[in-house]
Design a protein around this ligand. Sequence first.
Ligand SMILES: Cc1cc2nc3c(=O)[nH]c(=O)nc-3n(C[C@H](O)[C@H](O)[C@H](O)COP(=O)(O)OP(=O)(O)OC[C@H]3O[C@@H](n4cnc5c(N)ncnc54)[C@H](O)[C@@H]3O)c2cc1C
Length: 452
Amino acid sequence: MNGPLMTRRRLLAASALVPAAPALGQNARPAPAEADVVVVGAGAAGIAAARKLTAAGRSVIVLEAKDRPGGRCIADTVNFGMPMDLGAHWIHAPEDNPLVPLARAAGFQLYDDPERARLLVKGRRPREGEWEAYASALTRAQRAILDAGEAGREISLAAAMPTNLRDWQATVAFLKGAWDSGKELADISCVDFYNAIETRDLFCRQSYGAILAKLAEGLPIRLSTAVTRIDWSGRGVVVETPAGTIRARAAVVTASTAVLAAGTIRFAPALPKRQADAIAALSCGAYEHLIVHLPGNPMEAGADEPFVVKADTAATAKPLARIGGSDWWYLDIGGSFARDLATAGPAPMKAFAAEFIGNEFGPQARRAMGEVHVTSWVTDPFVRGAWSVAGPGATGQRLRLAEPVGQRIHFAGEATDEGLWGTVGGAFASGERAADQALRWLQPPARSRRRG
Ligand SMILES: Cc1cc2nc3c(=O)[nH]c(=O)nc-3n(C[C@H](O)[C@H](O)[C@H](O)COP(=O)(O)OP(=O)(O)OC[C@H]3O[C@@H](n4cnc5c(N)ncnc54)[C@H](O)[C@@H]3O)c2cc1C
């Protein structure tokens, strides 16, 4: 488990990119003014909740601010000649991920990601002993973090990590912090890190985003409809949008913790301190894909081959070669560096990609480099980050956020899952959990009552 090639998970892999078109007809449906449950957000959690509630015979309206479902798990089918994941790409924890059997049943092709990363040291292959030194540093760091987490020590990764990793310190700090978690080491709890289920990942030939798009088909989703206020002062909820007000008996709220913390959705009365504290404690890190075209395979890379580049600073990236066997590469950036660069805009992001390719891959690759596309999840007003990460002492906040508020507001989303937090699978599982909570609050459906 702690081997040098086994990261805890690979959280790699809105924007200047054009996503796939939404499923036809989803915008055409007029919104009834009442439903049993309103679901806020049509990402993985919202899709799962809506599927479960409708299967239980409940009337549901899903309100989604964007013009398409999928949230942080979407594919661009326009710009790349293939479906390209703009958010989630790695299918984590296949044994525990509820999307895996659904994807297989729907005919999606899933395959193992290559295990072994290629190490590059300033544009060259490692010299004798360098690979071993890197692997040893990574293993020592991983072991120290997981030991602290297993012991329940709510300390930061920075406090747990050895400080004598010599010239591999910055590389390991980047891998465990910005790349694995989207935050700096000081802001990540060892216990939260330890709780995340770690196994081999899968890829989907048709893209991860395509799986969610498929699962959203036929659901009563109102696109381009942002929720501005949820009034829960009465027996049910009154959900306000610019397109009108909807009354329901319960709400499942799946917006990211960063969106909730920004106050984009106002609650009346205000949320109890317990939930407000949980939202604040589970803030989102930053993680972006720079998607680079490298025709001619100048690095002689295998399909989906992961790379590790020796780093001196946090201003670095983690390449994933030849996505799905194509000429497109991810250069993934994370943490404060990614937040600052994305905030600065697409031009500095593209300039960084070109500089990185030149410095780390060499002049031949730099000459071969074509188009660059970039994501900007941190500046997306309906996402505002990558995924939630608990800081030291905050691990318990995930289950608190999952507790029903007044029996009629049920928070779901990746932040509310303990073992699969930060993942699409965790978000989907949380949506099902929130739907179960809402169903318990509602009366049995009419047809059950008739049967006596
Ligand atoms: C770049 C990147 C790479 C990632 N890589 C991976 C990976 O490889 N594997 C993995 O498993 N996970 C990965 N993740 C994390 C994963 O994408 C998320 O954990 C997951 O998709 C979250 O799903 P969710 O349903 O909780 O939230 P979201 O997907 O954010 O869904 C919430 C929805 O609510 C909508 N919304 C927000 N505010 C409102 C409002 N006021 N009214 C109406 N709707 C609103 C949003 O538009 C959104 O569609 C990655 C994330 C990013 C950003």
